[in-house]
Each structure stands twice: as C-alpha cells, then as structure tokens.
Design a protein. Structure first.
Length: 354
C-alpha cells in the first residue's frame, strides 16, 4: 500500500466533470480529472504540496521553461480490478527515472513522499475516474517545469512539480507502418536522450511529420553517428523477433530506460523466450526481412503497452511483415496487461495498491 504525506493541503472542486465524459470515446490525453497536485521548489527546498481543482495557472513570461527548456515528465497508469481496487504498476521505477531526468537537467530531485505519496493522495480522491475493464486506464502525467523568472542562460532556482490525470483507452489504433531514419536523430551520445525531457519529443515532431506525409505512422530511430543501429520506435522502445529470438537495443545515453521494456524482457524470459539485449543493425533487419527470418517488430511503452508494427521502409523499399498466429507481441501484451489489471498472479511484485 502506498503512503500519503502527513502534510498536504486539499482544496476540493465544488463540482465534478465526470458525468460529462464519454468514457467509451476518449481521445488520448485530452480529458482531465477534477483535481491536480502542485508542489513548488523555492529557496532551496520543497514547499507543502496542495491538491486543488484542475485549472490554468499564471506564470511569468520570462520563466526559464519557456526560454531554456527545463521541463521533464513521466508517463504512468492506474488500473482498476474487478473488486474496484486501484493499482499502480512499478511506480518506484517511474520515481527513479524522474529523478534521473531531473539530475541530468540540473533540476531538483522530487522526494518520494511528494511524488509517490502525493500520487497516492490524488488517486484516492479521483478513483471514480479509473474505470474497470481491459483497456480502461487512468493515465498519470507527473511533470516538472522551471518557473523562475529571468532570461539569463542558467538553471532556474524555482520549479513546479505537478501531477495531472487523464482517463484513457488505447493510445494507437489501426495498423502501424514505420520508416527507418536515415538522416534525423532522436538523441546523441552525451545528450539528454536517456532523460524524459520535453525537448526530446518536440525535436521528433518534424521528422515524424515528414514520415506521416509518406504514409507512415512512426519512425524507427537510428544512432546519430552512423545511422546503422536501430534504437527506438517513435516514443517507444522497440523489439525485433528474428526466428524465435527477441532482440532489443541496450539502454544508453541515447535510449530511454523504459519500464514496459524491462517488464517485457522479464516476462519473455519467464515464458522461455530467448532475449538478446544488444545493438541490432539496419542491415541485419533488412537481411532478415528478405530471407523470411524476421517475424515481428513491436514498440513498447506505457501509453501503447505493446504496439505491433506491420512493416517498415528503408531506402525507399518497403518490407511487409508476416501475419502470425503465435505472435510474441500479442502474447506478451496479454500477459502483461493481465498482471496490471490483477487478472493474473503478479509473480514479480510489480503492482502496488492505492
């Protein structure tokens, strides 16, 4: 059971928006719950957290988040089981990664009692927004921005940590085709690719727009130096099944340490699937597609969970993947989501009750 901080101010909304929401037709990330958590860092220390009605807030035009991009975030989900209990999935991993991102961006680390405890408090208030049934979740967005004013190029001295909540269903729908990056890079060695920094995502928008204009939904990113190593798929980690072995790139300064990624690796090993964590070359993938040994490609992330990819393009040649009855991607997704929704035994101790 998660702990709640002993001191937290709560201002309840005078009315709820929940009855206005069509939970069967949700656009991802567009609808938010009644409350949000706010906690500021000032004069070298964290202030008292407050949970208040979800609303806009004022910020100085010279706030450093606007000018120097000090902004990080996490993505998490809450699930409701058949007994109406609400569960989180590996929240300690998200806290660890959040503070790893904070450190890389010269921002203060958020204490566990504020991050985990505050999350527990707001989820307890908003548990009616978590709907039962596979596919129904409450997406959780913890984030931190630099709110200190002044346009001098140096780290802020003031920050705001917040948690907002959004009811969600599936992130992607329909078939996903990808194009392998030959010029653009998601991240570089020595950069901030391993941090969940806002700038990482905005830098992807232009090359992704170009890919979508060609009829592809996502990009498989390659390494910045040679563009020969396969790294991530859009905003997700990526797995390749060649024959009956799963391959995925190791985490690095360029690749995000995905919670879903490491969970799928553990699940696959438990199920007796051979997993190799190593760099996969573009040439290797193309050759496997040509000789028929490439069986599956799928993305893995909190929002999409597991997202099968039906084909990829490289150097203007498109390679269609086979349609399989024994899909590793779909089987692993089924096993993972059943753990998250408490429909199967959690032998790993990943789920935490709110």
């Amino acid at each position: 059971m998660l702990k709640t901080p002993s001191e937290i101010d709560i201002v309840r909304a005078t009315a709820t928006k929940i009855n206005e929401v069509d939970f069967e037709n949700l656009a991802f990330g567009n609808t938010f719950t009644d409350h949000m958590l706010v906690c500021d860092f000032r004069e070298g220390q964290w202030q008292k957290p407050i949970i208040k009605p979800y609303e806009p807030f004022l910020i100085d035009p010279s706030a450093k988040v606007f000018h120097y991009g000090q902004a990080i975030f996490e993505g998490m989900k809450a699930y409701k089981d058949e007994n109406d209990d609400v569960w989180l999935f590996r929240p300690d991993e998200n806290l660890h990664r959040f503070n790893k991102s904070a450190k890389r961006m010269a921002m203060p680390e958020v204490p566990e009692d504020i991050f985990i405890g505050g999350l527990n408090a707001i989820l307890d208030m908003e548990r009616n927004w978590v709907k039962k049934g596979l596919g129904n979740t409450l997406y959780i967005r913890p984030f931190m921005i630099a709110i200190g004013s002044g346009v001098i190029a140096q780290p802020s001295t003031q920050y705001r940590f917040m948690i907002i909540l959004s009811p969600a269903r599936s992130y992607y729908s329909g078939e996903v085709k990808v194009i392998i990056a030959e010029h653009f890079s998601r991240a570089a060695n020595g950069g901030i690719g391993a941090a969940k920094a806002a700038g990482n995502y905005s830098a992807q928008f232009y090359p992704q727009k170009l890919a979508q204009e060609k009829g592809f939904q996502q990009i498989i990113w390659t390494d910045d130096a040679t563009h020969t190593k396969l790294e991530e798929a859009g905003t997700m980690n990526v797995f390749f099944r060649i024959n009956d072995t799963l391959y995925t790139a190791p985490t690095s300064e360029r690749i995000l340490d995905g919670v879903t990624r490491k969970s799928l690796i553990d699940l696959a090993k438990r199920e007796g699937i051979k997993v190799e964590v190593r760099s996969v070359l573009v040439e290797e993938l193309v050759n496997a597609a040509k000789d028929g040994s490439l069986k599956e490609i799928f993305g893995a992330g909190t929002a999409a969970v597991v997202n099968p990819i039906v084909g990829f393009q490289y150097k203007d040649v498109y390679y269609e993947l086979p349609k399989l009855e024994n899909s590793f991607a779909l089987d692993l997704k089924d096993k993972l989501t059943k753990i998250q929704y408490k429909l199967a035994e959690d032998t790993f101790g990943w789920t935490v009750k709110v």
